[in-house]
Write a protein that binds this ligand. Structure first.
Ligand SMILES: NC(=O)c1ccc[n+]([C@@H]2O[C@H](COP(=O)([O-])OP(=O)(O)OC[C@H]3O[C@@H](n4cnc5c(N)ncnc54)[C@H](OP(=O)(O)O)[C@@H]3O)[C@@H](O)[C@H]2O)c1
Length: 248
């Protein structure tokens, strides 16, 4: 059986991605910090699932994870979080942890798992970015910047790896019903209105990954939003995003 490692599998989009890939025939390794959640999902998925508890905010986590799993056929870099607040008032430790999880760990895991995939001339990577990765976002400044990094890295790797048998897919969801909004302090905010279900986002992301697609933006509204930076002058775009996210 091919093996998939899914980070952030204890809730939301990651849990549903794990369900999708398990149903597609992968043995799944479920990674996050909350063991109880992972155990419950592993019990639901049966003998094809195994649990790996790790904190991706720890600098040595990616190397330890790779040592524990060995090469996999599919790497899903889904774990991530954001913080909704004025940049200068954000907790410095939380900002650093976010950059470590959203950017540094994702980069290190991709770097660690790719060589064996390239050697076998087969493999898939799915990186979860966000619709906010397409534009600067006042109020979510460093979270949106972290997702811009994920989007740029993923698309560059997709092109770099063409013809290698390995594909990198970037999933860009908009508002999705998960624990994200509560953790980010965005519950009830305009930008989180009419969220998609995590199951629908995961289904689209899994399909695109298995098809070796470069990019998947979920939902028509989000697809249109992703085009705005190409259509609007930068200043107008920034004012519109600031109004939506901060109300001023
Ligand atoms: N929901 C949205 O509206 C939305 C929109 C666009 C993009 N996204 C992106 O989608 C991805 C999944 O988020 P979600 O919406 O499903 O939110 P979620 O329900 O909060 O899930 C986040 C997952 O990341 C894991 N995680 C967080 N910090 C971690 C750490 N230090 N070490 C290991 N795992 C960690 C969490 O597990 P533990 O807490 O158990 O460690 C959890 O499994 C994220 O990258 C997020 O940025 C979400």
């Amino acid at each position: 059986m091919p093996t998939a490692l899914i980070t952030g599998a204890s809730s939301g989009i990651g849990a549903d991605l794990a369900r999708e890939f398990a149903h597609a025939g992968y043995d799944v390794i479920l990674l996050a910090r909350r063991r109880d959640r992972l155990d419950t999902l592993a019990a639901e998925l049966g003998h094809t699932a195994r649990v790996l508890v790790a904190d991706l905010a720890a600098a040595d986590a990616p190397a330890q994870i790779f040592a524990a799993t060995g090469p996999v056929d599919l790497l899903v870099n889904n774990a991530g979080f954001g913080g909704y607040a004025a940049f200068a008032s954000q907790d410095i430790g939380a900002q650093a942890a976010m950059i470590q999880v959203n950017i540094t760990a994702l980069t290190a895991l991709t770097r660690l798992y790719l060589p064996a995939m390239l050697e076998r001339r087969a493999g898939r990577v799915l990186n979860v970015a966000s619709i906010v990765g397409f534009m600067p976002c006042p109020g979510l400044a460093e979270y949106a910047a972290s997702k811009a990094y994920v989007l740029a890295l993923s698309e560059a790797l997709y092109a770099e790896l063409q013809g290698s048998g390995v594909t990198v897919t970037c999933l860009c969801p908009g508002a999705t019903e998960t624990e994200f909004a509560a953790i980010a302090g965005m519950r009830g905010k305009l930008a989180m209105r009419r969220p998609m279900s995590a199951a629908a986002v995961a289904q689209a992301g899994a399909r695109a990954t298995l098809a070796g697609q470069r990019l998947i933006v979920t939902g028509t509204q989000n697809q249109l939003t992703s085009l705005l930076p190409r259509l609007l002058p930068r200043g107008l775009l920034l004012r519109g995003v600031r109004k939506l996210l901060t109300g001023r």
